[in-house]
Every structure is written in C-alpha cells, then in structure tokens.
Design a protein around this ligand. Structure first.
Ligand code: PRP
Length: 187
C-alpha cells in the first residue's frame, strides 16, 4: 500500500461492485428513452470512474467532458463555478445527459451544472457520482445515482487527488493527516 495511505476505505472489488450496480441502474432507466444518452464526465477526478462505468453500461452511450473550478475569496465554500472547458454540442436538445462525478461534497458544483445544462437546452439531466459525502452538503442536492456513501474522511485514489497526487491508485484510501496538514477535506 502507498505509504501516505492510512487505510483502504473501499477496495478495488467493492468499487467494481458499486460501478456494476450503477451501470445496471442506468441500463434499466435509459432503455426506452428517446434521443441520445450522453455521459458527461467532469474533469479530472471522474475519469477513472467514467472509464469503468462506460464499459459496464450495455446501452449505446456517448461521452463528453467538462472542466470547472471554484473561484472567489474562499474557493471551496463560495460556490462560484468557473467553466474552464464547456460542452460544445449543437444537438444538446437531443441529449439525455448523465453528469458523472467522482465525489459530491458541498453539492455546489453539481447543483450549478444541472441548472446550467438545463438552461443550455439539454433534453434531460441527471447526476451520477461514485462517492457521496452527504454530511458535507451545503446546498439541497440529491444525486440520481450513487456508488457509495462515505464518511467525512480525506479520501484519495481511483481519480481522487490531494495536490494532484494519488489519482492512479486502484482503491479509495484514507490519506494520513500529516500529509495534508491543515487543508480541509476533499473536493
Ligand atoms: C471535486 C469533485 C467535484 C467537486 C465536488 O473536484 O470532482 O467536481 O470537487 O465538490 P462540491 O460538491 O463541494 O462542489 P475538484 O475541484 O477537486 O477537481 P478535480 O476533479 O480536478 O480533482
């Protein structure tokens, strides 16, 4: 195990089971929808989950990406979202979008993006996250598909980073507190 990891919170096997379950839920719900099904991953944390999820879904899906960042005096609590890479499609009105995230914390990123994409004219918008930390919520937001609910620990791996490190770990691990010092949590 990586020396900076205190403990494995979610093993590769547990992640695989959660991904398969979410994929089956999406297959069930989107089997008869009109239009395209578009998995929209929010860079960068979601890329590992996206890669596994898209392989497990048996329906024909398309993929796309957006990148956003928080900005403002207190970036993580300001809720101001800056779009760095936008979704550029002319046929958005035929797209049933499923936003794919690695983790939901305050809920601000996804609640903003859902409204943004609806306003842009998407046929439908739902949300899917591998991890949910409901205890950290600052806005009223409930994702449609959740892999696993987790406690408020600083977790890394399977796409999740601390200072851009640890994204390539195949499991979700709890980071040793001495590594992140005074920083306040994920996301
Ligand atoms: C994380 C995560 C979500 C967001 C969730 O991204 O991937 O996009 O934060 O936080 P919220 O619910 O409080 O809005 P991050 O900003 O860490 O970027 P990254 O995906 O590139 O690591």
């Amino acid at each position: 195990m990586n020396k900076d990891i205190k403990a494995i919170m979610i093993s590769e096997e547990e992640i695989g089971a959660a991904v398969s379950r979410v994929a089956a839920e999406i297959d069930r719900d989107y089997g008869n929808v009109e239009g395209r099904v578009l998995l929209l991953a929010i860079l960068k944390g979601s890329v590992v989950f996206m890669g596994d999820l898209m392989k497990k879904i048996t329906l024909p899906v398309e993929i796309d990406f957006m990148k956003v960042s928080s900005y403002g005096a207190d970036t993580k609590s300001s809720g101001n979202i800056n779009i760095i890479l936008d979704l550029a499609r002319k046929d958005i009105d035929s797209c049933n979008i499923i936003i794919v995230e690695d983790i939901i914390d305050s809920g601000k990123t996804l609640s903003y993006l859902v409204e943004y994409l609806r306003h842009k004219g998407a046929k439908s918008v739902r949300t899917c996250t591998l991890l949910d930390k409901p205890s950290r919520r600052e806005v009223d937001f409930t994702p449609d598909y959740v892999g696993l609910e987790v406690e408020d620990e600083f977790v890394v791996g399977y796409g999740l980073d601390y200072d851009e490190q640890y994204r390539a770990l195949p499991y979700i691990g709890i980071l040793r507190p001495e590594v992140y010092g005074e920083s306040e949590g994920n996301a």
